[in-house]
Design a protein around this ligand. Structure first.
Ligand SMILES: [Zn+2]
Length: 478
């Protein structure tokens, strides 16, 4: 999302240290004592396996060797976690997040899109050094884990130098999260195929792990010749997923899909982000080609990319996941994404009926459906549903235990467990998180060196703000 040329970064001296928000937790006192990779038994949970409508009450789940090994009652053989009165479900999957913007959470709460572009791409990107990409990505991935999000697509479109990507990928690996690292470029819309910028991805492919893989982030193009087709061909050759901001109000709409179709680039697995403003033929093309959509409701609300594409997903039968997009002007919390998406669809349906003087419809989108989009739906959109997204024997153990902090609220009552998660859970209720069978959060505290992550992010923020006026930036100026 940038059209201006970039200046070299790193010319600015770091300034006085500025503290990050006080909500960051101190370094975990329990980190050394938690056995993070051994067998674990969740005892007596209410399990939402996300396999159809199933809910299993008072159920044990045994995790061993990174997978869900057994599900039943009276299981033993691992570290015991009392899960009575708590909900165990798959880790949430965030299919669209710009991790590099994490140190500037909330800064753009009142921006429009022009201000967003000016401050992030015009103000932050030129100042970012590789260590800043590392600090931001680590902050973002740990923040996601803290909120029960175990898989993130990091749409990294602020890159300038190959070292930026290497630093971001290293942070993903260090975080312990499951990450699809989507390599973009801050100048991608210059559409200069001669730069072959995408070939900088090649060295990263050897650094993929069981948890961290690589994709390409290619924004829409309105040019029917699809100038970036070489990058699309590279992705196809290397079997990399492509994810693309597209189908936004006034930008990247049907001409983009036509260009993909006419150049033979419509491809299974492509993940279209926002995608609320396409026409019928484009939605059919996305469905028929095996594409999926990333619904980012808070972002659609704020920047008007179009209505969240809930209606189109249902009408055309397109696979979908939920994205948090950016913490700069959103919650970056998938629980909020699920809640706002449910509300958005009901507002849309009711408004359409009211405008037609028709009877109000019964709710179409259910709490269980948005929970599915936030878990196994997202996993499907990433081609990972054979490994994650449900609680099933043999699946990798990416799990979240929600333990109500209050005995009074809807999460504790759990009259309708899926609704309890979607309507009443918060990140404060995220008690325990496992990724690939390894505990990354226990008793409400992340098992990570949070003090180091906080220090690095504070340094990044201070470096950028050394000559970028914070008050002006809040107003969208640089
Ligand atoms: Zn985005």
């Amino acid at each position: 999302m940038v059209t201006s040329s970039l200046t070299r970064r790193g010319l600015l001296a770091g300034g006085a240290a500025l503290g990050l928000a006080a909500c960051a937790r101190p370094s975990s006192a329990t980190a050394a004592s938690v056995e993070t990779g051994g067998p674990v038994v969740f005892r007596g949970a209410t399990v939402l396996p996300m396999t159809g409508d199933a809910v299993w009450e008072a159920t044990d789940v045994l995790v061993r060797d990174g997978v869900v090994a057994e599900i039943g009652r009276g299981l033993g053989g691992g570290t015991e976690i009392d899960a009575s009165g708590a909900i165990l479900m798959p880790g949430m999957v965030d299919v669209h997040r710009h991790c590099w913007q994490a140190p500037f959470a909330g800064l753009g709460a009142d921006w429009d899109f022009a201000a967003f572009t000016q401050v992030t791409q015009g103000g932050i990107v030129p100042r970012y050094r590789p260590e800043d990409f590392h600090a931001a990505a680590l902050l973002s991935h740990l923040d996601a884990l803290d909120a029960g999000v175990t898989t993130v697509v990091d749409y990294n479109h602020g890159l300038v130098e190959p070292a930026d990507a290497e630093a971001s990928l290293r942070a993903a690996t260090e975080s312990g999260a499951r990450v699809r690292y989507a390599w973009g470029h801050a100048a991608m819309q210059a559409n200069d195929p001669a730069r072959s910028w995408y070939t900088a991805v090649e060295p990263l492919l050897a650094r993929r792990t069981d948890l961290v893989d690589v994709a390409l982030a290619l924004d829409w193009s309105s040019d029917p010749a699809l100038p970036e087709r070489a990058a699309w061909e590279f992705a196809a050759r290397e079997n990399l997923q492509v994810t693309a901001h597209s189908g936004l109000y006034g930008r990247g709409t049907d001409a983009f899909i036509d260009a993909l179709r006419n150049t033979g680039r419509l491809r299974s697995g492509t993940l279209y982000v926002h995608a609320g403003a396409f026409g019928d033929s484009s939605y059919r093309a996305i469905r028929d080609s095996g594409g999926a959509m990333a619904i980012c409701t808070e972002s659609e609300f704020t920047f008007g990319q179009g209505r969240p594409a809930t209606k189109q997903v249902a009408r055309y039968g397109i696979g979908a996941g939920l994205g948090s997009d950016t913490v700069v002007y959103e919650s970056a919390d998938l629980l909020t994404a699920m809640r706002s998406t449910l509300n958005a669809d009901r507002l849309r349906a009711n408004t359409e009926a009211q405008q037609a003087n028709a009877p109000l419809p019964a709710p179409q989108l259910t709490a269980a459906q948005v929970l599915e989009w936030g878990t196994v739906g997202g996993a499907r959109a990433l081609g990972l549903a054979d490994r994650i997204g449900t609680v099933e024997v043999g699946k990798r153990a990416d799990l979240v235990l929600l333990r109500p902090r209050s005995p009074l609220g809807g999460l504790a009552l759990a009259n309708h467990p899926a609704a309890a998660v979607v309507l009443h859970a918060s990140r404060a209720d995220v008690d325990t998180v496992l990724v690939d069978g390894r505990i990354v959060k226990r008793d409400g505290t992340l098992v990570a060196d949070l003090a180091a992550a906080q220090r690095a992010a504070t340094d990044t923020r201070a470096h950028v703000l050394a000559d970028l006026d914070l008050a002006a930036a809040r107003r969208g100026r640089t």
